[in-house]
Design a protein around this ligand. Structure first.
Ligand code: KIV
Ligand code: ZN
Length: 387
């Protein structure tokens, strides 16, 4: 199978920053953009310039400072939005304008009080406006997840003809099931005659916890760009998590898909984003959660200590995480206890560990995690008793 590159379009600074409490100032946005560039993302969506003077300034500063990565600015299908995006991107080495409009019948009626034909015309028009400023124009069909496939194909064909080089198929409300989203992408691959002139992009939200699965279904069906955020931040339940899709493609090599992401930077960048945006990462978050490489049950600890691969499909150093942790709790077994005593410098045989295990369980039942200081106390008391 031929290898196919999947472009990583990071929208932490735009969709991610829309999260209440995550607002960043220009210097914080710039610092994160520089880190995203060294992480290896292909496109940074830096903001929505028409939305506020502060965001215009942030996009402008990022556009001036980023040299190797495409810098993208969002706009609605409105001429003054597109002009603002173009102005903010004026000094970018690789500028991209991201413009578009809602295409589901619900959006057409409820948001625009319009018709399919009028929306089609507006879609073509906004791409033409954007093409006056840059050759790199991405069109989004908002709520594509709930848009009729036949109409979506007509819109996508028309915007590519008007000059769109990337076509974004957002599951804006996180509604689709993975097979439905994959079929939608496959439908466009098979029914849009000029689809080879553009890259199809997946932009999935996590309202049903399916953003990652849907994005992967999309690239399996032929999309070659994923829009995602660090730590899965984003509107409501969030966007597709960058670290998850990158590691899925790395783990499942048979898919023939790869990215340019430097995986060793995933945890450092995740921590930086979490601190800068003041948004903690849930401990059980895949790849970057504090428990992602912790083992606490006796059965798992025993297997892990014999061969780490029994319970870890990724080595922590591969994604820049701290080394794996054996956490001692009331669910831990003797192997983990013996291992930890050894680490602390105590040489105990099996009988010693058996004797200490009962005391260990008493302590473990009274607290969430048994600390090294508890174990040292236990070990020293035991040594005095047997001397
Ligand atoms: O979720 C969405 O549809 C969006 C678009 C603006 C791309 O964020
Ligand atoms: Zn979105």
């Amino acid at each position: 199978m031929a290898d196919h590159k999947v472009h990583i379009f990071d929208t932490t600074l735009r969709d991610g920053e829309q999260v209440p409490g995550c607002k960043l100032n220009s210097s914080e946005k710039l610092e994160l953009a520089l880190q995203l560039e060294s992480l290896g993302v292909d496109i940074i969506e830096a903001g929505f310039p028409i939305s506020s003077p502060g965001d215009f300034e942030s996009v402008s500063q990022i556009a001036k400072s980023i040299k190797n990565t495409t810098v993208c600015a969002l706009s609605r299908a409105v001429e003054k939005d597109i002009e603002a995006a173009a102005q903010a991107l004026k000094y970018a080495v690789r500028p991209r304008i991201h413009t578009g409009i809602g295409t589901s019948d619900l959006h057409i009626k409820a948001k625009f009080n319009s018709t399919r034909d009028e929306i089609l015309a507006r879609a073509i028009q906004c791409v033409k406006w954007a093409r006056n400023y840059t050759d790199d124009v991405e069109f989004y069909a908002e709520d594509a997840g709930r848009t009729d496939n036949d109409y979506l194909a007509r819109v996508i064909e028309a915007v590519i003809k008007a000059g769109a080089t990337v076509v974004n198929i957002p599951d804006t409300t996180g509604y689709c099931l993975p097979h439905q989203y994959g079929e939608k992408i496959a439908y466009l691959v098979n029914n849009v005659p000029n689809i080879d002139k553009a890259i199809i992009s997946c932009h999935c939200h996590n309202d049903l916890g399916l953003a990652t699965a849907n994005s992967i279904a999309g690239v399996i069906a032929g999309a070659r760009q994923i829009e995602c955020t660090i730590n899965g931040l984003g509107e409501r339940a969030g966007n597709t998590s960058l670290e998850e899709v990158v590691m899925i493609m790395k783990q499942h090599k048979h898919l023939g898909l790869y990215t340019n992401i430097v995986a060793e930077q995933l945890n450092p960048v995740s921590r930086l984003v979490s601190e800068t945006m003041r948004m903690p990462v849930q401990p059980n978050k895949a790849i970057v959660g504090s428990n992602a490489f912790s083992h606490s049950s006796g059965i798992h600890q025993d297997g892990f200590l014999k061969d780490a691969q029994t319970y870890e499909i990724i080595a922590p150093e591969e994604v820049g995480a701290d080394s794996s942790r054996i956490v001692l709790t009331a669910r831990s077994g003797r192997s983990a206890l013996a291992y930890r005593f050894q680490k602390l410098g105590f040489q105990f045989d099996r009988n010693d560990v058996d004797a200490l295990y009962a005391e260990f369980l008493r302590v473990a039942d009274s607290k969430k995690e048994v600390e090294d200081t508890d174990l040292t106390d236990m070990a020293q008391r035991h040594q005095v008793a047997v001397d």
